[in-house]
Design a protein around this ligand. Structure first.
Ligand code: HEC
Ligand code: HEC
Length: 261
C-alpha cells in the first residue's frame, strides 16, 4: 500500500515537472520568472533571431553582424560576474531591457517587467550550466573619484602600458594593429570599440558600467578582463581617459562650448 502511494507521488511529480516545462527559475527583485510563460514570449519575439533551439541560428541570423547569442553556450558579454562565470538573473534582465547597442538586438523595455523576468527563466533552460553552476560574486564598484586632469593623464598612461591601443588604436578609434585580425568565440570578425564615436557601449552607458566591463571583460570576445592587471583607482583613471576621448562629441550633443574657445 505504502509503495503504491510512493509510486503515485513520483508520477505526480513527473506530471508537475512536465506541466511547468522545467525547473529553471529566475528572480529579479520581488518577481519570480516562469519558464513556460517565457517560452511563449520567446516564440513570439526572439525565435527568428535566436532560433528554435536557442543556438542563435534563427531565420534572420545569416543577415546579422554580430550574430545573435547562442544560449546553449551560456556565455554572455554583459555580466556583473567574473570572466568565465554565469551571469546573474539581473544581468540578463538588464540586457533584455536595454538591448545591445550597435547590434540587431533591440531593447525589450516595452514588455512588462514580469514578461522580461519570464524570458530570463526560459533562456536559462537552453544550457544545463544554469542547473550545474552558480554565478560568481558580482563585482564591487567603489565610489567614483573626480575626473581630474591628473586622473585622465594617468589613464592615458595605462591605456599605453596595458596595450589597449593594440586593439583600440593609439587614437582610440578602434583601428589598432591587431584590430583587423580579431574574431569572436565563433570565429566571426569583431571590431574593437571606437571611443571617439560618442556612441553607446553594449553593456551599459555609465562610468560604473565601464568600470565593471574592465573587471569582467566581454566573454566570447577578445576584450579581456583587467581584474588582476588594474586596481580600482587605475580602472577609474582609465574610465576617465576613455570618456575624455569622446568629450567633444558629448559636448556637441549638449551644445557646450569647449573650454578655452
Ligand atoms: C533582430 C534580431 C534579434 C531579436 C529579435 C532578439 N535578439 Fe537578442 N541578440 C541579437 C543579437 C545580434 C545579439 C548579439 C549582440 C552582440 O553580440 O553584440 C543578441 C544578444 C542577446 C543576449 C546576450 C547579450 C550578452 O550579454 O551577451 C540576450 C540575453 C538576448 N539577446 C536576449 C533576447 C531576448 C530575450 C529576445 C526576445 C525578447 C531577443 N534577444 C530578441 C539579436 C536579436
Ligand atoms: C585584444 C584586443 C583588446 C584589448 C587589448 C582591449 N580591448 Fe577593449 N574591446 C575589444 C573588442 C573586440 C571590443 C568589442 C566587443 C564587442 O563589440 O562585443 C572591445 C570593447 C571595449 C569596450 C566597450 C564595452 C561595451 O560595453 O561595449 C570598452 C570600454 C573597452 N573595450 C575598453 C578597453 C580598455 C580600457 C582596454 C585596456 C585596458 C581594452 N579595452 C583592451 C578588444 C580589446
Amino acid at each position: 500500500m505504502k509503495l503504491k502511494w510512493a509510486g503515485a507521488a513520483v508520477i505526480l511529480a513527473c506530471i508537475l515537472w512536465s506541466v511547468t516545462g522545467s525547473a529553471q527559475e529566475s528572480h529579479v527583485g520581488k518577481l519570480a520568472g516562469n519558464a513556460k510563460r517565457g517560452k511563449a514570449l520567446y516564440e513570439r519575439y526572439c525565435i527568428f533571431c535566436h532560433g528554435v533551439d536557442g543556438d542563435g541560428r534563427g531565420e534572420s541570423a545569416p543577415y546579422l553582424d554580430p550574430k545573435p547569442r547562442d544560449f546553449t553556450k551560456a556565455m554572455f558579454k554583459c555580466r556583473s560576474t567574473p570572466s568565465g562565470s554565469l551571469p546573474l538573473d539581473t544581468d540578463l534582465y538588464d540586457t533584455i531591457s536595454r538591448g545591445v547597442h550597435a547590434s540587431g538586438m533591440p531593447s525589450w523595455q516595452p514588455l512588462l517587467r514580469q514578461e522580461r523576468v519570464d524570458l530570463v527563466a526560459y533562456i536559462k533552460t537552453f544550457s544545463p550550466a544554469f542547473q550545474e553552476e552558480k554565478p560568481g560574486a558580482p563585482v564591487e564598484i567603489p565610489p567614483e573619484p573626480p575626473a581630474t586632469a591628473e586622473s585622465i593623464q594617468r589613464g592615458a598612461g595605462l591605456f599605453q602600458s596595458m596595450n589597449c591601443w593594440s586593439c583600440h588604436g593609439k587614437d582610440g578609434k578602434g583601428q589598432g594593429p591587431s584590430a583587423a585580425t580579431l574574431v569572436d568565440s565563433k570565429g566571426y570578425p569583431i571590431t574593437p570599440f571606437d571611443f571617439t564615436s560618442g556612441s553607446k557601449f553594449k553593456c551599459g552607458e555609465s562610468d560604473q558600467d565601464m568600470f565593471r566591463d574592465l573587471v569582467t571583460g566581454l566573454d566570447g570576445t577578445p576584450m579581456p578582463s583587467f581584474a588582476a592587471a588594474l586596481n580600482a583607482d587605475q580602472r577609474w583613471d582609465v574610465v576617465h581617459y576613455i570618456r575624455s576621448l569622446s568629450a567633444h562629441k558629448i559636448h556637441a550633443k549638449l551644445k557646450i562650448e569647449p573650454v578655452g574657445k
